[in-house]
Design a protein around this ligand. Structure first.
Ligand SMILES: [Zn+2]
Length: 222
């Protein structure tokens, strides 16, 4: 439980901040019915699924899993944690692939691990809707015939937008870390950058859908 005093401190830190940035992870989407990657989910070992090796060696099975996961994930909707960040206009750097920050209305979102609801051409990088995976067993690019891959960063690939994330955090005077311990490389460096710059740091691991609306209430920073 978070004490009332701690909430007041956080509220003041938010109110006094000029450049807050949120870094979010799987925990923020758990109240939306989505899993953390450490768990098996709907019979699928997510750690095994999210590897480049699996995609390259067993592409058909990879797409079977992908369609199975999609059916469930596309029902997920943002919760009050996503909405309160959007309403406050706080830029978000997320490790999540669920697209819920954008769906909640956040306009400045860096999806470090991509977006499950998109497919990307492995040849020309064109983007397609995930719905194509229901129409083609192995989805192909309409312009170059390249194999499409879910637009998510798999184990063995580099995260997206990392340079921009470093820029954002470099300018931040408050870092809100929500639903992630921020221990994995390279994202753990973001925390180090914020600390070095003397930014205030707020960590919310549980019940973000209750706590964030409380500490972010007040006027918009946009
Ligand atoms: Zn292509």
């Amino acid at each position: 439980m978070i004490s009332r005093d701690a909430l007041e401190v956080w509220k003041r830190q938010v109110a006094g901040s000029f450049h807050p940035i949120a870094v979010t992870g799987a925990g923020i989407s758990v109240p939306s019915g989505l899993p953390t990657v450490s768990a098996d989910w709907k019979g699928i070992p997510l750690r095994e699924f999210f590897t480049l090796d699996m995609f390259l060696r067993e592409t058909e099975r990879f797409y079977q899993y992908y369609r199975h996961i999609l059916q469930h994930w596309t029902h997920a909707r943002p919760n009050q944690a996503h909405y309160s960040l959007a309403k406050k206009g706080i830029p978000v750097i997320t490790q999540n692939i669920d697209g819920l920050h954008s769906m909640a209305g956040s306009r400045h979102v860096l999806e470090l691990h991509g977006n499950l609801l998109e497919l990307v051409c492995t040849n020309c990088r064109s983007i397609y809707s995930s719905q194509l995976a229901y129409r083609q067993k192995l989805p192909q690019c309409a312009s170059c015939r390249g194999l499409l891959k879910p637009n998510i960063v798999l184990v063995g690939e580099e995260v997206y937008h990392y340079g921009t994330a470093v820029d954002w955090v470099g300018r931040a005077d408050l870092l809100l870390i929500v639903g992630t311990r921020l221990e994995m490389a390279p994202c753990n460096e973001l925390l180090e950058i914020a600390k070095r710059n003397g930014a205030a740091i707020i960590r919310i691991n549980r019940r973000a859908e209750v706590i964030l609306p409380q500490i972010l209430s007040g006027s918009s920073s946009e």
